[in-house]
Design a protein around this ligand. Structure first.
Ligand code: NAD
Length: 305
């Protein structure tokens, strides 16, 4: 049996089609769900993410409302905006694009979002509900990881799952969700003493670190499922040749754009594993589809459906 490529684009398309069906099945009195996106400052990556989120809403028939307050606004001024969105009946989901400018207290802002409208799943109430096995809005990227595993029929019950990375946005919630799905979960991080010892035990290895090629072939158990969340830009020709020897397509992209995107897994490890998510075209493709899913879920939950 050859190595399976877990195609994030195809899985995302399946999720979008499910979301579209759920939208059609909403009772007429609900109307079309609305997502408010708040973008502060002028981070070019954030601009692209927000544009893609608004576009995805339009394609599915979800109303979107883009708010761009002045970049110099204070935490208190942003809290007033959040409070107003919390109170609006035509807003089902509120997303504050991160990172926020340095003068803003991001924790206070995220905690001000009504948990029922917290489509990013970052509010402590949703985090607590996730950890205690209750119905909740859960973070988009980790939810996408679980969707990939479940839709690809990877057995989770009793599986040895190792998550590398413990951020509040990806690593920790991914560990919580795998635990909830009955896997035996180990979470590794920057202070883990012997990382290869842990990764070599993994039936399912999820990597969310942000270090290109951190996971080498020698660190992977034969037949394991590799889920690569990392998104890294390679701008160095020596690294390109080390990670992608003989890859004409990547070399051409590098010549054209001066960089290529890769994950945290060294592609040499693909020969050892049983299945893997490519970068690009893996986990990254799921995040916006899960945001759309959460927006419809928020609209339904808020109305007791
Ligand atoms: P982060 O910087 O907040 O966390 C990185 C984690 O990696 C930390 O918990 C740290 O302890 C751990 N770590 C660092 N070096 C390590 C090492 N040598 N060994 C073991 N652990 C180590 O990053 P994040 O926000 O969790 O994002 C991680 C990666 O995922 C990034 O590349 C980011 O771009 C990507 N990402 C992708 C998506 C998506 O696909 N949509 C979404 C979010 C993040």
């Amino acid at each position: 049996m050859g190595t399976r490529i877990l195609d994030g684009l195809a899985i995302a398309a399946g999720i979008r089609s499910d979301v579209s069906q759920q939208l059609q099945q909403l009772p007429e009195w609900v109307g079309s769900p609305g997502l408010a996106v708040v973008l502060v400052g002028d981070n070019s990556a954030s601009e692209i993410y927000v544009r893609n989120k608004v576009k995805a809403c339009g394609e599915l028939g979800i109303r979107s409302l883009l708010l761009r307050p002045v970049p110099t606004l204070t935490t208190d001024e942003l809290l007033v905006i959040i409070d107003e969105l919390n109170g609006r009946d035509d807003v089902d989901g509120i997303l504050v694009q991160l990172p926020l400018p340095a003068q803003i207290d991001a924790k206070r802002v995220l905690e001000a979002i009504a948990p029922a409208k917290d489509v990013d799943g970052f509010h402590p109430v949703n985090v607590g509900r996730l950890h205690t096995g209750q119905e909740c809005l859960s973070p988009c990227t980790p939810t996408g990881v679980l969707e990939i595993l479940q839709r690809s029929r990877i057995p989770l019950t009793g599986a040895e799952a190792v998550v590398v990375g413990r951020s509040d946005i990806v690593g920790k919630p991914t560990s919580a969700m795998l635990l909830r799905a009955n896997a035996t979960v180990t979470t590794c991080h920057i202070h883990t003493v012997d990382l290869p010892k842990h990764t070599r035990e993994a039936d399912i290895l999820v990597v969310a670190v942000g270090k290109p090629g951190l996971i080498t072939a020698a660190m992977v158990k034969p037949g394991a499922v590799l889920i690569d969340v990392g998104i890294n830009r390679i701008t160095n020709r020596e690294e390109l040749e080390r990670f992608f020897p003989g890859d004409a397509a990547r070399a051409a992209t590098f010549e054209k754009r001066g960089s290529v995107v890769m994950g945290d897994v060294d592609p040499a490890a693909y020969a050892v594993c049983g299945a893997y998510t490519p970068v690009p075209g893996g986990v990254g493709a799921l995040t916006i589809a899960m945001l759309m899913h959460n927006t419809v879920k928020a609209a339904r939950m808020r109305r007791g459906l």
